[in-house]
Design a protein around this ligand. Sequence first.
Ligand code: FES
Ligand code: FES
Length: 169
Amino acid sequence: MTRVFFDVNGETHQLELDTRTTLLDALREHLHLTGTKKGCDHGQCGACTVIVDGRRINSCLTLAVMHQGDEITTIEGLGTPDGLHPLQAAFVEHDGYQCGYCTPGQICSAVAVLAEVKAGIPSHVTADLNAPVRLTNAELRERMSGNICRCGAYSNIAEAISEVAGRSA
Ligand code: FES
Ligand code: FES
């Protein structure tokens, strides 16, 4: 067992964990933050996406002990039922889900995508590395390609993210 401390959604937590515990299991099983979902547990679906020190990661692929002192944001830290994050509100407005299982991961990923674009970080499909990065449909689909939706709500998800990107552009 190892003592691990990190900050989750603005609160510091200290846990005694088996060193083999993934960050996903630490969040769900130990802190009871069940908004972050376990889909594949193999880094293939994106359902477990959280934001760590400003970057999105698959929390099933990383051990909790690797995040000593880190700042972690989960879907619970983005908004509240009465004060939705703009992306949460846009997902509701555009019907960006069916079962909702992939949704927390989609939204955490989308938060990171908007930050990447704002920072001018290119993606695999960015044609001109000298021009300002714009969130075109191709850019959006490439950047969100690690988040699988088994219900196939992709077009509504893309509309929701594009609306927020346009708003904040
Ligand atoms: Fe982590 Fe699928 S549960 S990527
Ligand atoms: Fe069901 Fe995406 S809304 S998996």
